[in-house]
Structure formats: C-alpha cells, structure tokens
Write a protein that binds this ligand. Structure first.
Ligand code: ATP
Length: 239
C-alpha cells in the first residue's frame, strides 16, 4: 500500500540537540497513528518535517510521494491539514468569519464552511465571536481550520492539550468521526493512556528515537521499553 507519509532513517539536529535520530515510520492511507512521547521527544519536529517547515539533517521524508520541503513539495503541502499545538485566534471575529479568512489564506475553495463547523459540532456557534468560545470550542475551531480544503492528511499536534475531560472527549469524538470517514491522521500526544481507542497504531518516541510502533496492546507486552514510558491504558472518562 502506498504510504501517505514515509520517513526513512530521518535525523534532525538543532546544533548539538538530536531532536530525531534515525526514525523510520510509514503512515498509510486511512489509518490513524498516535505519535506518543514526553516533552522534547521530537513529536513537533516530526510534524514540522512533514509540513516542509524544516528539512531532515539526514534521511528522507516523503509526503504523498514528494519531499515536502523540496521544489515539488507545494502540491503535497496543500494536501496537509495542520492543527498546531497552541492555536490562537482573533477573538473579535466569528467562527464563520475566521474560517473564511483561513480558507482565503489557503486559497482553498470557500467550501460550505457551515458544514465544516457542523462536522466539529460548532454550527450552533457559527455567528458568535470566537472570544466567547470555551477553550474546547476554540480547539474544535482549530480542527475545522485544519479541515479546510479536504486535506488527505491531518497532522494534529496535541489536540487535547490543556482541555478539561469533557472538551477532550468532544475533540476525540470529532477525531473518531474523521477516522470513520477514512481520513489519514497523525496525532501527537503525551496522553498515551487515553489515545488507545482513537488510533489504529501508536508510535512511541523517546528522546528523538522511535522505540516501537504498532498496536498498543502488542506494545504493552514488549519488555524493552524504558521505565519512564508508562503504558497504562486508562480510558478517559467524562462524568
Ligand atoms: P513537547 O511535547 O514539549 O511539544 P516534542 O515531543 O514536540 O515536545 P520537539 O518540540 O520536537 O519535542 O523538540 C525535540 C527536541 O528538539 C527538544 O529537545 C527541543 O528543545 C529541541 N528543539 C526543537 N526545536 C528546536 C529549535 N528550533 N532549536 C533548537 N532546539 C529545538
């Protein structure tokens, strides 16, 4: 099967810091992979490489078969939707106005943006100023922004970070709907414990190294994980 994202022995150094060390990982169409690791594991770096915002120090990365930072990378980059770790929005604009603004920035067809808001459960707040949105609503707006232009690949950098349990569940519900529609998704997370039922596979990054990749149940049986990586599977409850 063709890989949507293919990393082959990718290393990325920032001066003396090895943010990624010889990471090889494929993401195939229609799967959701959780990129799990502690602070500084290299999750954002990997996403930046996939977005073409940085180049590997060695090794290769292909997104839709192209080097995303290369001369022919623009087409591949346009097919990627990105939710950054801390999205900030202009509070005086409505949800709908903001999406229209981003659609223009991306030169995407100004698709039925109301539908996009409906997909993330924000249709009721389409004409409300974003300044009145809760944190969870803003995060779902960020997800809607990432969905503009019907991207073939979604990169979600810690989409539930800083959210209360209810808001986290709402974000996961949206992710589950996207998965059911056959989207290809890479989600970075610290919260390995709550990701299990929302991803097909987990890739464990630790200090820039890919320790293991596979189904979480299988990884839990692996003995070779450092003790700092806790593979406790605990569903996220909301009451
Ligand atoms: P977090 O969960 O805290 O966001 P992360 O897993 O996303 O962490 P990265 O942000 O990819 O990790 O960082 C990996 C390592 O690379 C860290 O040691 C970080 O300090 C370093 N790093 C990342 N970007 C840069 C940069 N532009 N310049 C120097 N060092 C960097």
């Amino acid at each position: 099967m063709n890989a949507v994202v293919a990393l082959d022995a990718v290393s990325k150094n920032y001066g003396p810091v090895a943010a990624l060390e010889s990471v090889s990982l494929d993401l195939v169409a229609g799967e959701t992979v959780a990129l799990a690791g502690h602070n500084g594991a290299g999750k954002t770096t990997l996403m930046k490489l996939a977005l073409g915002l940085a180049r590997p120090s060695s090794g290769t990365i292909r997104v839709f078969g192209q080097d995303p930072a290369g001369r022919h990378g623009a087409r591949a980059r346009r097919r990627v939707g990105f939710l950054p770790e801390s999205a900030a929005f202009h509070g005086a604009m409505t949800g709908l106005e903001l999406l229209a603004f981003y659609a223009r920035l991306k030169r995407a067809r100004v698709e039925p943006l109301e539908e996009l808001l409906e997909r993330v459960g924000l249709d009721h707040a389409a004409n409300r100023r974003v300044g009145t949105y809760s944190k969870g609503m803003r995060q779902r707006l960020a997800l809607a922004q990432a969905l503009i232009g019907e991207p073939g690949l979604l990169l979600l950098d810690e989409p539930t970070s800083g959210l209360d349990p209810d808001s986290r569940m709402q974000v996961y519900d949206t992710i589950d709907r996207l998965r059911a529609e056959g989207s290809t998704i890479l989600i970075s997370t610290h919260a390995l414990a709550e990701i299990e039922s929302h991803a097909d596979r987990v890739a464990l990054l630790h200090r820039g190294k890919l320790l293991a990749a596979g189904e979480l149940q299988a990884l839990r049986r692996k003995a070779a994980l450092p003790s700092r990586i806790t593979l406790v599977v605990r569903p996220c409850h909301t009451e």
